[in-house]
Design a protein around this ligand. Structure first.
Ligand SMILES: [Zn+2]
Ligand SMILES: [Zn+2]
Length: 236
């Protein structure tokens, strides 16, 4: 069984997830904790559940998802941080991006390990698959725990929305392509855990997400036994 707890961090209400399936070991995804109080909230949760993080998974390099990475990596003995290498430029831009919003620039001098599309990571007794979904950032990825039917979608796909593409290094066309080709065709029952806001499922987003509207698939195929509608030509 996969256990997941969410914490909400920083001014942008970023969602950090702690996931575990075996006693005592966990991964942390997108620790955007800003400042000592938020870092404490995260370490309190770990202590409460008796968990020691064995890795940090990043969906992308935006500052609101990485601000706690350096402190956590230092505190937990240099645990690996997994990120797609195409987001190295985004890390470099983090300080400026945070500064524009009047926020403290995050420490980006942590060590990270590159991951690529299709890679399967065995970590802390769990299996996480990397699905590269460039668009919101060039190195954005979703992390899929296929057996548990759970996917961390970062800022690529939200409940009822998609990630912004008006930032430096964002590409709208890539984002739509990533969602339509890589995410929407997955099992409709997969629960998505986005980087902001509430959770949803692939099936719900496939049919209801207004940002995917031109592509929305009908919820069910029409009943073939239904009488076809015939419009009287005199009425047109
Ligand atoms: Zn983002
Ligand atoms: Zn974000």
């Amino acid at each position: 069984m996969l256990n997941i707890r969410a914490l909400t961090f920083n001014l942008l209400q970023e969602r950090c997830y702690v996931a575990w399936s075996e006693a005592g070991r966990c991964v942390i995804a997108d620790p955007g904790c800003d400042g000592p109080a938020e870092l404490q909230a995260l370490t309190d949760l770990l202590a409460q559940e008796g968990l020691r993080p064995e890795a940090i998974l990043l969906t992308h390099g935006h500052f609101d998802h990485i601000s706690g990475v350096k402190a956590l990596q230092d505190r937990f003995g240099g645990i690996p941080v997994y990120m797609h290498p195409a987001d190295e430029v985004v890390l470099g831009y983090s300080a400026e991006m945070a500064g524009r919003l009047g926020l403290t620039p995050p420490a980006v001098d942590f060590k990270w390990t590159p991951v690529q599309d299709g890679q399967v990571l065995e970590v802390a007794g769990m299996t996480w698959e990397v699905i590269a979904t460039p668009g919101h950032t060039p190195g954005g990825v979703c992390w899929l725990a296929r057996e548990a039917g759970v996917m961390l979608t970062g800022d690529t796909l939200f409940a009822g929305s998609i990630g912004r593409t008006d930032f430096l290094y964002s590409e709208y066309d890539d984002e739509i392509r990533s969602i339509m080709e890589k995410l929407i065709l997955l099992d409709p029952d997969i629960r998505i855990l986005p980087g902001h806001g509430p959770t949803s499922t692939i099936g719900h987003e496939r049919t209801h997400n207004p940002f995917l509207e031109p592509f929305n698939e009908p919820e069910e195929t029409p009943d073939p036994d239904l009488e076809p509608v015939v419009i009287d030509p005199h009425l047109i």
